[in-house]
Design a protein around this ligand. Structure first.
Ligand code: GCU
Length: 682
């Protein structure tokens, strides 16, 4: 199993390095769990499995604290009464404390959790350190996750297909039912837990109403059972019209008492089957989904009815702010999809119950390779927020192109929206620290499938790994995350670690540079598959992903002065920075402004020359990825070496297709030649 993709970053490859083996020789031979929960028992089994696999040593699991060196698992509260070293020092949330304590002449490697999940997370953290050959002989390490909500969403349909999934069919569903064999589901939950993810919404946000039928719920409970040992709570996407579609009520008006009673009894039924059910995700009044607007009600009206049904059971509602009109009038220069989330949800601030969380996409459009940070993230003071990012690479190469997204998410998390005079980076808003919110977090749309590599491209799994790591600790650097992932996935050979890390860190910029310039959006087919160049497909339709490129210029004027006014949704000084051409960063210029092709960037280049140059540079850099990867032949196993090589060759070819499509189109449209004489000469 160690070499296969399924193990992902939990390969626990046998350690052969003699120095490391010597260092670990003194690790205990015995383990005890003083906590008897299901999750703690997973932790103990995982510890045994990892040590066995990496150090070829079988841990003796004993029931009581032994009179010899041992790994000791338990909650901080329980372990405090035994070990004075744990008296002072707090761990909260799902946090953990790894500590070497000396007690009656023995050395105990203590894995103490703030709760049961903390024990499991601490165990995975310890094993990860061993896999990375770090010293674990004298531990004193306390970690607390930044945010309570660390979820992944799957857009799986009950028929087994996955919306925007690029790695095979659903691990959960087939042919209208939950799969008989849930082995992969159990393995998925284990992977998620290993990076601290504590929730998973298993069905498409474009939710089939029958998910909530009595028969479906019984089947879905089996998924929750498979998640439970790993502390991953199951959530479901629900269709707001369910009372009508599932049970033939003549209405789904959230303010109708019969509708409220329906949701409440549905919630009771769910919790009878799934006592640790996490909650509902809601996509309503969006892209054809029905919603409260059918009855003139607000998203708050709808969210609160669901929230009240779940409240007594400890469930939450993640109400998605991805609500916009996809029949916009493209001729109207004031129409702007980017405004929608803020325009709709900002006025409702303070109207949502405390167990509602607004799930807000990180950018105002839709997971483009470059977008500004959603102003709504800084526009709510009395509402819980979770930020949604996309691990599945819908607009970023669909796992056929390498695109490591951690640097993008990290930029967003660190971005100061100036929601208050003191710094208010997005990560602090999500953690609830800025406005003292009880809940908050981050949700990643993962869409893993039955493919052996979960996400198809072996290097794409760094995005899932990194998502969990950032959700746990948004202060980690992309470099650290890429290095950790590479060590765990490909081993500790320094050349391998250095090369793959460098490739990952460069990849987003490379992808961006051959697909869409200066914040204009990914110039892809907008209507259908969202893959490959499709420069004109975004124009002259109601979807609102416009770049407005014509003979003279390009870009959406979103200024307050002459444009759609979108920039006015930001606080100062962010608004002023974007409003003025002098201070608007080049990489978002065309998102914020409409300029002529001869407009000079801060870089000194004209817009048109930048378009040519960046696409040529990007395609070259994509080809260079192949050269870099080739230095690893013989240093990574053959199977993965060849698999990745093939994909990189394809990517480099497709980057040329992108380059030429975009450069030719702009040459033809602008009539301005490439100074370097390349465009148009292929
Ligand atoms: C994108 C995606 C859809 C998805 C939607 C959403 O538009 O293409 O498939 O349903 O986002 O997030 O709801």
């Amino acid at each position: 199993l160690a070499e296969t993709g399924e193990a992902a970053w939990l390969r626990y490859a046998p350690i052969k390095d003699p120095h490391a083996l010597k260092q670990y020789a003194s690790l205990p031979q015995t383990a005890v769990s003083l906590d008897h929960s299901l999750i703690a028992s997973s932790a103990e089994k995982e510890l045994t499995r990892g040590i066995q696999s990496m150090l070829a040593r079988t841990l003796r699991e004993v029931p009581k604290l032994p009179n010899e060196n041992a790994f000791v698992l338990g909650t901080v509260t329980d372990l405090r009464s035994r070990f004075s070293e744990l008296q002072s020092g707090q761990v909260t949330g799902d946090g953990f404390w790894l500590k070497t304590v000396h007690h009656r002449g023995h050395a105990y490697t203590v894995i103490a959790g703030a709760d049961e999940s903390g024990i499991l997370y601490g165990t995975f953290a310890l094993l990860s350190r061993v896999a990375q050959l770090q010293d674990v002989s004298n531990l004193d390490d306390r970690e607390t996750p930044a945010e309570p909500i660390r979820w992944v969403d799957q857009w799986d349909n009950l028929n087994g297909s996955i919306e925007r999934g690029y790695a095979g069919r659903s691990i959960f569903f087939d042919n209208g039912h939950v799969r008989a064999d849930l082995t992969r589901v159990n393995e998925y939950a284990r992977l998620l837990a290993s990076v601290g993810i504590n929730g998973c919404n298993v069905n498409n946000v474009n939710a089939a109403p029958d998910v909530l039928s009595d028969a479906s719920l019984k089947e879905l409970a089996r998924i929750a059972d498979a998640f439970r040992p790993w502390g991953v709570r199951m959530a479901l996407s629900v269709n707001i019209a369910s009372p009508q579609t599932v049970d033939k009520l003549d209405t789904f008006d959230p303010l109708d008492p019969r509708v409220q009673a329906w949701w409440s009894s549905k919630a009771d039924e769910i919790y009878r089957l799934i006592p640790d059910f996490a909650g509902f995700t809601v996509k309503a009044d969006s892209e054809g989904q029905l919603g409260p607007s059918s009855y003139g009600r607000t998203p708050a009206d709808a969210a609160n009815v669901l929230a009240r049904a779940l409240k007594a059971h400890g469930g939450v509602v993640l109400y998605r702010a991805f609500v916009y009109n996809h029949h916009l009038d493209w001729r109207d220069p004031k129409a702007d999809r980017a405004r929608a989330a803020y325009d709709i949800f900002h006025p409702l601030d303070g109207k949502f119950d405390d167990n509602v969380v607004l799930q807000i996409k990180h950018g105002p459009i839709d997971f483009q390779a470059r977008e500004p940070v959603s102003p709504l993230l800084g526009g709510l003071e009395h509402t819980n927020e979770a930020m949604e990012v996309q691990i599945t690479q819908e607009y970023t190469g669909q796992q056929r192109h390498l695109c490591f997204l951690i640097p993008m998410w990290k930029e967003v998390l660190d971005f100061d929206l100036h929601a208050k005079p003191a710094p208010t980076p997005v990560k602090d808003i999500l953690a609830g620290k800025v406005f003292q919110r009880p809940l908050g977090g981050i949700v990643g749309v993962a869409n893993v499938g039955l493919d052996a590599n979960w996400l198809e491209h072996p290097l794409a799994m760094a995005n899932l790994y990194g998502f969990g790591r950032l959700a746990w600790d948004p202060d980690l650097s992309p470099q650290t995350i890429a290095e950790e992932w590479t060590r765990l996935t490909f081993g500790n050979d320094p050349l391998v670690v250095q090369t793959i890390t460098a490739m990952q860190l460069a990849s987003w910029h490379i992808y961006e540079s051959y697909t869409g310039p200066l914040g204009a959006g990914t110039m892809t087919d907008i209507i259908g598959v969202h893959y490959g160049p499709g420069i004109e497909s975004s124009e002259r339709n109601g979807w609102g992903q416009w770049h407005r490129a014509d003979h003279d210029g390009i870009g959406m004027d979103r200024t307050v002065a002459t444009g759609t006014g979108y920039i006015g949704q930001y606080h100062e000084p962010v608004a002023a920075m974007y409003e003025s051409l002098a201070s608007c960063p080049d990489n978002l210029l065309l998102f914020m402004h409409h300029v002529s092709y001869t407009y000079k960037l801060h870089s000194g280049k004209t817009v048109i020359q930048h378009i040519y140059d960046s696409h040529y540079e990007g395609a070259e850099a994509a080809a260079h990825l192949i050269t870099q990867w080739k230095t690893l032949q013989g240093r990574v196993d053959d199977e993965r070496y060849k698999d990745v090589l093939q994909r990189l060759i394809y990517q480099a070819g497709h980057a040329i297709v992108w380059r030429d499509a975009i450069c030719e189109w702009f040459l033809k449209t602008s009539g301005i030649p490439d100074e370097k004489g390349r465009a148009g000469h292929h």
